[in-house]
Design a protein around this ligand. Structure first.
Ligand SMILES: *Cc1c(COP(=O)(O)O)cnc(C)c1O
Length: 382
């Protein structure tokens, strides 16, 4: 293939340029500006949160949420293990310790059983986490009812990392608006992108106000530059926010196309016993950000075979996230399995058997057919 097929690449609509032009014409290039406030308002309205704070990245948004919950040296924070490293790095930024929680086999998201076990373990030590960070992986919500029930019972606030799941719902409610704080990412590969950026959302307006203060270098309300607290340069620019406003107008189209991609893979692989699509649980509607297949334990074709065969044809695919508890940098931290009796954890098992397939909304039906044929061929050859 001459033209590369991507996992998930930026897909602009009709309006991004208009908002950027407005920024240029009014010379609102920086700092901040009207697009930023409008984007915050429009995104909050879309997800149904009390407010939003536009930031330079999803990671910055996680960092601000962690700081708002007073996470500090000596604290522990529970966090999904199967995720991208940006979920847990901010715990380290604040000098606290992550404790990793396994996935449940259905949604691949945080296991309520492992979560409960972690709470019990630390309760016996007289300790409690300062926060729990739940990830909504690959565009599907975690099972929030049992997770919230456990966290409420232990009186611990929840941060939702909805970086991958903007537009996905749990029992009719948008992911990112169920816990105390939610975060979204507009990185280049996400369902909508601003080229790079993030948003912190919450019903706690005072909290958002405080994060805004930190994110603009913690400038005191004085004529000269005075700082009584440590600050960060984390705000989104007015040009970037213009892209976000345009992208938000096409999010429903993007979700629709992502779902068609998922359904087409699903119907195409039905005849191949060794391929299973990652489960869509019936408690919500995903945004289908990435289509993930899980190969059976005794499949002769391995994830790497699929990845290399696709790469040969200039098609991008990738393994499932490597769990955080298996990362060299994080190996010293505790991990709680979904099933203590099992030798491997659910997250490690999915890492070994899963592949993220091209889920690019610019991909044509013919291109997707081509991807499917390459994969089917591998199973024919053996
Ligand atoms: C992309 C992503 C982030 C980080 O977002 P950035 O905008 O790239 O900083 C955080 N968590 C998860 C699960 C992600 O996939």
């Amino acid at each position: 293939m001459d033209k590369r097929i991507f996992l998930s690449s930026p897909h602009m609509g009709k309006y991004e340029r208009k908002f950027i032009d407005e920024a240029f014409l009014s010379n609102w290039i920086a700092p901040l500006g009207p697009n930023v406030e409008s984007f915050e308002q429009e995104l909050s309205d879309y997800v149904g949160s009390g407010g939003g704070l536009a930031l330079s990245s999803g990671t910055a948004a996680v960092h601000m949420a962690v700081k708002l919950l007073d996470v500090t040296k000596g604290n522990i924070v529970f966090c999904s293990s199967l995720t991208f490293v940006a979920t847990c790095n901010p715990i380290i930024y604040e000098g606290a310790e992550p404790v990793f929680i396994d996935s449940e086999p259905g949604s691949l998201n945080m296991s309520p059983i492992a979560l409960e076990n972690a709470f019990k373990y630390y309760e016996e030590l007289g300790k409690s986490p300062k926060a729990v960070i739940v990830v909504h992986l690959y565009g599907q919500s975690a099972d929030m009812d049992p997770i919230m029930e456990i966290c409420n019972r232990y009186n611990v606030p929840v941060i939702e990392d909805a970086a991958e799941s903007l537009g996905a719902t749990y029992k009719g409610v948008q992911t990112g608006t169920i816990g105390k704080y939610g975060i979204y990412s507009f990185n280049g590969n996400k369902i909508i992108t601003t080229s790079g950026g993030g948003m912190l959302v919450s019903n706690n307006i005072d909290g958002l106000q405080k994060a805004k203060f930190w994110a603009t270098q913690s400038r005191d309300n004085t004529r000269y530059y005075q700082h009584s607290e440590l600050g960060y340069n984390y705000r989104m620019s007015n040009v970037v926010a213009g892209i976000g406003r345009g992208q938000l107008k096409v999010i429903e189209d993007r979700i629709k196309k992502k779902k068609e991609i998922y359904e087409f893979y699903k119907s195409s692989f039905i005849e191949i016993e060794d391929i299973e699509m990652a489960t869509v649980r019936n408690y919500g509607e995903p945004n289908y950000w990435l289509s993930v297949i899980i190969l059976s334990n005794d499949s002769k074709v391995k994830p790497i075979d699929i990845i290399l065969a696709l790469e040969e044809e200039n098609i991008e695919s990738r393994p499932v996230w490597k769990p955080m508890h298996l990362q060299p940098y994080f190996e010293e931290y505790r991990f709680f399995k979904h099933n203590e009796e099992d030798e491997t954890s659910v997250s490690e098992d999915v890492f070994n058997r899963g592949v993220c397939l091209p889920s690019d909304t610019k991909m044509t039906i013919e291109e997707q057919e081509y991807v499917i044929e390459i994969i089917k061929d591998l199973f024919r050859e053996i």
